[in-house]
Design a protein around this ligand. Structure first.
Ligand code: PLP
Length: 445
């Protein structure tokens, strides 16, 4: 593997195995080593690897037409996928604007929110509020909305002053309160912030219904999103659900926001939309938001060369059909309950596990040096990095997530296997994870 390489990989001082092929929840490197894809890559490979039905669709579509430009042609797969997504999404979120990545999907939502208020004659509404401990993407607009301190750091002077409110992180409540006595101070903070800045300046509030990479599957307390929706309505602020990680069945519902029966104005989707078989994401927009654009400028000022690409949308359509055929949303709920139960059992056994959380097959494990006062490990110890390496050596992939108190360390991982995982495979995953946690705990003593 020590060959000269000019491919820029995430860490230039690290070696990466070369992926050879995948089957179901397993990946194999070119030396024949088997890995359980315990994080579906970056929470993407929802239907598992090597599904031949999808490969067939790709081949057939490539034979027909793999590219047309969106201002010259529409295509059957793009039309059909938009139609299908309409049935998956809650309420009147009926429209899809296709892009290529989650970052583009949230950034398009930002632009649509601003455009919506322009079309409604309120051009001063341009700020997007979001939460600290959030990740909405890497492009500058999406990063401006993201409260991921580490990813923002280098570019801070270029970013808009967007994130503003604290996350609903009950394990480490930013207000040092306990639910329900807290009376949802984290949600109330949105109202105070809107009042301070002035509703006339605020276009939208964006949130991951379940916080993924920046919090390791943080699930807000009951009533949180209902309160958020009420505040947004009161101050004419749009609510954008960023479901790039949590959407398309990952949490045991079609969209994670459905757990609270709250209606967003826009939804960003990506990742699981094609299960990783092709790059595709979408900004989904409600009838209410589209109405003034349809009767006004009639043009959404966004888009990319590869937007609504026939090849990618054919894959998206085939993946959603596959999920329906195999009832993978239901399966995510069922297997997720089992996974959480097993992770909670590990928490009882290993005091370095401070918290276990999540919904469906989007779960997180947070590590602490002291379970009673929840003190995180110092960042220099790199606990999650060591754990991830141990898991990988033993043939299990888990995903790094930030947690803890920003600037004071904090370690967590996401466990989010493909939704097709079987019970015995889940047991195999837990067995390897436990071995790694056990070793780590001994080393840290
Ligand atoms: N939004 C959320 C919630 C994400 O988790 C991610 C990626 O992890 C993004 C947006 C950005 O998506 P992409 O990496 O496809 O640009």
């Amino acid at each position: 593997m020590n060959m000269a390489s000019y491919l820029i990989k995430p860490f230039l001082d690290q070696e990466y195995p070369i992926a050879d092929y995948g089957k179901g929840i397993y990946l194999y490197d070119n030396e024949g080593k088997e890995y359980i894809d315990g994080s579906s890559g970056a929470v993407t490979a929802s239907i598992g690897h090597g599904v031949l039905e999808i490969a067939d669709v790709m081949k057939e579509q490539a034979k027909k037409v793999s590219f047309v430009y969106r201002s010259q042609f529409t295509s059957e797969p793009a039309e059909k996928l938009a139609e299908k997504l309409k049935d998956w999404a809650p309420g009147d979120v009926n429209w899809s604007f296709f892009v290529n990545s989650g970052s583009e999907a949230t950034e398009t939502a930002l632009k649509v929110a601003i455009q919506y208020w322009q079309e409604k004659g309120k051009p001063s509404k341009i700020k997007i509020l979001s939460r600290w401990m959030s990740y909405h993407g890497i492009t500058l607009g999406a990063l401006s909305m993201s409260g991921h301190v580490g990813r923002r750091a280098r570019f801070t002077p270029l970013l808009e002053d967007f994130p503003s409110v604290n996350p609903p992180y009950c394990y480490r409540c930013p207000f040092h309160k306990t639910y329900p006595e807290c009376q949802l101070m984290c949600a109330e903070e949105l109202e105070t912030t809107i009042r301070r800045i002035g509703a006339d300046h605020i276009a939208a509030f964006i949130a991951e219904p379940i916080i993924g990479a920046s919090g390791a599957a943080i699930v807000p307390p009951e009533g949180y999103y209902q309160r958020i929706r009420d505040i947004c309505d009161k101050y004419e602020v749009l609510f954008i659900a960023d479901e790039v990680m949590s959407g398309i069945g990952r949490t045991g519902k079609a969209f994670a926001i459905n757990h609270w029966q709250v209606q967003p104005d826009m939804i960003a989707v990506g990742k699981g939309l094609t299960g990783g078989y092709a790059p595709l994401a979408a900004t989904m927009i409600s009838d209410r938001i589209m109405a003034p654009i349809e009767s006004g400028s009639k043009l959404i000022m966004s888009g990319h060369t590869y937007s609504a690409n026939p090849q990618s949308t054919a894959v998206g359509l085939a993946v959603l059909e596959y999920m329906e055929k195999h009832q993978l949303v239901k399966r995510s709920e069922k297997m997720g309950t089992l996974l959480l139960e097993k992770l909670h059992n590990l928490k009882q056994k290993y005091p370095i596990i401070g918290d276990v959380r999540g919904k469906g097959l989007l779960t997180g494990v947070e590590f602490v040096s002291n379970i009673f006062n929840k003190i995180p490990f110092a960042s220099e110890v790199s606990v999650s990095k060591i754990l991830i390496k141990k898991c990988m050596d033993k043939g299990l992939l888990v995903y790094p997530a930030s947690a803890g108190i920003e600037g004071h360390g904090g370690d967590a991982v996401l466990i989010a296997p493909p939704l097709v995982i079987e019970k015995e495979q889940l047991e195999q995953l837990i067995k390897i994870f436990e071995e790694a946690v056990k070793e780590l705990q001994i080393e840290l003593q």
